[in-house]
Design a protein around this ligand. Structure first.
Ligand SMILES: [Zn+2]
Length: 368
């Protein structure tokens, strides 16, 4: 790598780092950071997209300028926009700034942009270099890219289990398998997602609150996916002062007489079957780039079968629960041969005091 390439990489990594500060705040928008250097290569500004509805990263960087950008370089981790959304197009601002060169990590998969932003910059005589730090930028905005390409939300299924693979005892008792540090990591994790999904059984059995417990980020939408609509009168989720709650029900099986028991503050939508893909589509249409699935074995198995899950997060505790009929993570996938089973790749693995955290990946995203 030449010294020049090293320097360009350094500034793009800084743009990615700035972009990541928007994690949990920007959906349905991507996380974007921008760095501007002047014609001598000196840093003169930086900015990032802080949250939905506010200025884009490039516009933030232009409003923080400490020197004339003419002849300088912009580093941005996603293709600049060329459409008028809630804010004016960034491409126009870049062209009128007099910048000579733009480094872009990845194209914007949004059909309104998707290469058009880069073309407009090139047509205006600006040098555009695409692909710097591509891997890191894909990883950062994988949920946004996934939603744009598939029309469904990026799904992560999370569960906690004993070292012998049990989620709880035969009598249903499961509090607590993991240690207090793992549990507080779950609260932090939730804040990085746009929605958390559980099934009706989890609501009836665990009555969870599904909040981030004091993490200073917007609370994710709490979603119950149900076949019956038959819930206890007192549910912690109905307490909507914490965050919004949505009940999505299968209209082919649910008894709508129970709708009257759901409090007014809770939103309700119906889908034609219990296929979790319908749920993922509804949430994507609502602007949820990512979903954390915290459901039981039946819904988890269906979600994996339907391609709604892209990553798995497993907490493993060094405890033995034993038992033949204990709850396990998935129900029957009906595999009849080892050639048909699901193969994952380990991503991140770390120890959290006595527990182990494992992230596994089901597939890899390719560049948009
Ligand atoms: Zn923009």
């Amino acid at each position: 790598m030449s010294i020049e390439q090293y320097i360009h990489k350094k500034w793009m990594r800084r743009a990615i780092q700035l972009a990541s500060l928007g994690k949990g705040f920007t959906s349905p928008n991507p996380m974007v950071g921008a760095v501007i250097t002047n014609k001598s290569g000196k840093l003169i500004s930086e900015g990032f997209h802080e949250k939905t509805g506010t200025k884009h990263a490039e516009a933030m960087a232009f409003s923080n300028l400490k020197d004339d950008p003419a002849g300088g370089t912009l580093y941005v981790n996603l293709e600049p926009c060329c459409h008028r959304g809630k804010t004016p197009p960034c491409v126009d601002a870049i062209i009128s700034s007099g910048l000579k060169r733009v480094f872009v990590s990845i194209k914007d998969p949004d059909v309104r942009v998707s290469g058009k932003g880069i073309k407009l910059l090139k047509d205006a005589g600006i040098q555009v270099h695409l692909g710097l730090c591509e891997e890191e930028s894909l990883e950062l905005n994988k949920s946004f890219i996934h939603r744009n390409i598939t029309g469904t939300s990026f799904g992560v299924f999370k569960w906690a289990m004993s070292i012998d693979g049990r989620l709880g005892l035969k009598n249903g008792e499961s509090k607590w398998i993991t240690n207090v540090n793992s549990r507080s990591l779950v609260h932090k994790l939730r804040a990085d997602f746009d929605a958390i999904v559980i099934g009706g059984n989890t609501l009836r059995k665990d009555n969870p609150l599904l909040t981030t417990r004091g993490i200073k980020k917007p609370e994710p939408l709490r979603v119950v996916f149900t076949k019956t609509l038959n819930f206890p009168k007192e549910c912690k989720l109905w307490e909507t002062s914490y965050s919004d709650t949505l009940v999505v029900y299968d209209s082919s099986s649910a008894d709508e007489k129970y709708l009257k028991d759901i409090p007014k503050g809770v939103s309700v939508e119906k889908v034609p079957s219990d296929n979790p893909k319908f749920l993922s589509k509804i949430l994507a249409q609502k602007g949820c780039n990512s979903i954390l699935w915290e459901c039981g074995p039946k819904l988890a198995t269906a979600a994996v079968k339907e391609g709604c899950i892209q990553e798995f997060i497993t907490f493993i505790s060094p405890k033995i629960l034993g038992g033949d009929n204990c709850m396990t993570t998935f129900s029957d996938f009906e595999f009849t041969s080892m050639t048909n089973i699901i193969n994952l790749n380990f991503g991140e693995i770390k120890q959290i005091n006595s527990d182990i955290y494992i992230k596994s990946l089901i597939n890899k995203l390719s560049s948009a």
